[in-house]
Design a protein around this ligand. Structure first.
Ligand SMILES: Nc1ncnc2c1ncn2[C@@H]1O[C@H](COP(=O)(O)OP(=O)(O)O)[C@@H](O)[C@H]1O
Ligand SMILES: N[C@@H](CCC(=O)OP(=O)(O)O)C(=O)O
Length: 399
């Protein structure tokens, strides 16, 4: 903790440098406060800060790292196109629709590779099938080397459909894509012990081990001119991400030195530490979620899952029980053992579909079903072993 401050210029002075956790795949959230509203007139999007963030993304990519961008700014871009007062929900929805294409064009101009738009709502992420579909699309986009840019689908998102703010959306996306770091860029150095523009005694907080009600209260001072939730929604997002094992960094995207340091693995900002290990948190959930069916698998599949931490392919499936759908949690039972499941996982295909592709080669999936979500019926990232293997080669999936 150090001297109070409230502007981008104070970020480096107020927040001490600390190492950024090691990461391979990060979600970067960029708020409206970094993209627009630098004058009193609605003037659309301005690249003065976004350019530095785009350089950070390009540099990460050159180091074989992956970044998924969650970008606000559609409403601000819409106001730049049709200058209107007012702030009703339906007007914001219309402005977001007006501005979304400009927002994508804006990032495309700053990006060294193709950008891809993905618009999501809370409902999409609650629905397990749509969740899996969105995840598969995002993985494919990263494989293609594109820069996925996510925003809330504001035109359809009201009330219970809405995530409400892009900070929470970014936390959900971080879990969705299995990120190992969530970066939230905003117009202030990080979290202060009180609203720094209103309280001169506010102190910078470099590191948070646990998000307490007191911290949430300190962050409740409201948002900036264009922002939606202020620091509170950033802390809520950090709470969600860190509970899923993903550390979260809040930093000032308006300060070039801060953004450059980030590229060198140094954070000037607030680091919220992960609560436990990412894989462990996910596997823990898989162990306890209610299951909707079972797969019987042969000895070859049992050995592959145990020894190589492999995905379950249709060829090893000997039988299907229950009426589950794509995305449901199911149990895996060995035909050679009793009825006790030895593993659990998320089904990539429904019970009926797996019944049709059981014992077939993965290459046949498309010919049999007429479509294909992937080569496995349970992907290894979605699989947890419940009992250890009989030898010492217990795979990493036994979290
Ligand atoms: N305790 C606090 N520490 C830092 N900023 C705070 C705090 N409480 C409220 N804020 C406000 O939150 C703003 C950032 O949130 P917001 O305006 O929603 O930005 P964004 O558009 O980047 O999401 C800061 O500029 C500041 O005015
Ligand atoms: N979906 C809205 C952004 C909502 C939002 O959370 O804004 P911000 O607080 O600036 O991240 C838009 O694109 O304008």
């Amino acid at each position: 903790m150090s001297t109070p401050g409230s502007t981008a210029d104070n970020s480096v002075r107020d927040f001490q440098a600390q190492p950024l956790p090691r990461w391979q795949r990060a979600v970067l959230k960029v708020g409206s406060s970094l993209l627009a509203g630098f004058s009193d007139e609605p003037d659309g999007l301005d690249p003065r800060y976004a350019a530095g963030l785009a350089r950070f993304i390009a540099q990460a990519r050159a180091q074989q790292r992956e970044v998924v961008l969650v970008s606000s700014g559609a409403v601000a871009a819409g106001r730049g196109r049709i200058d209107t007062g007012g702030d009703s929900l339906v007007l914001r929805q219309a402005l977001a629709s007006l501005g979304q294409a400009s927002l994508m064009g804006f990032w495309q101009q700053l990006s060294d590779r193709p950008v891809a738009q993905v618009l999501l709502t809370h409902d999409d992420l609650r629905n397990r099938r749509r969740y899996l579909n969105a995840r598969a699309t995002l993985r494919e986009l990263l494989k293609l080397g594109a820069l996925p840019i996510i925003n809330e689908n504001d035109a359809v998102a009201v009330d219970e459909l809405k995530l409400g703010d892009n900070d929470n959306l970014a936390a959900a996306v971080a879990s969705l894509v299995d990120a190992d770091l969530l970066l939230i860029a905003t117009d202030i150095g990080g979290l202060y012990s009180a609203h720094p523009q209103r309280d001169p005694t506010a102190r910078a907080i470099d590191r948070i081990e646990r998000i307490t009600p007191e911290l949430l209260l300190a962050a409740s001072g409201g948002a900036g001119k264009l922002g939606t939730g202020g620091m509170r929604t950033k802390l809520e997002a950090a709470a969600k991400a860190t509970a899923a094992g993903i550390p979260t960094a809040l930093f000032c995207g308006r300060n070039d030195a801060v953004v450059r340091a980030l590229g060198e693995g140094q954070l000037h900002g607030t680091l919220v530490l992960a609560q436990g290990d990412r894989l462990r948190a996910r596997k823990q959930w898989l162990r306890h979620a209610p299951s909707s069916g079972r797969l019987l698998v042969d000895a070859g599949a049992v050995a592959a899952l145990h020894r190589q931490g492999a995905s379950l392919l249709p060829g090893g499936v000997a039988g299907v029980e229950g009426d589950f759908r794509r995305g449901d949690v199911i149990e895996i039972v060995a035909t050679t053992a009793g009825a006790e499941p030895f593993a659990r996982g998320l089904a990539q295909y429904s019970a009926t579909e797996i019944g049709r592709i059981a014992r077939r080669h993965s290459n046949d999936i498309e010919a049999v079903l007429g479509f294909r979500y992937g080569e496995s019926v349970i992907h290894r990232d979605d699989l947890v072993l419940l009992v250890a293997a009989h030898d010492d080669e217990t795979p990493e999936v036994k979290a």
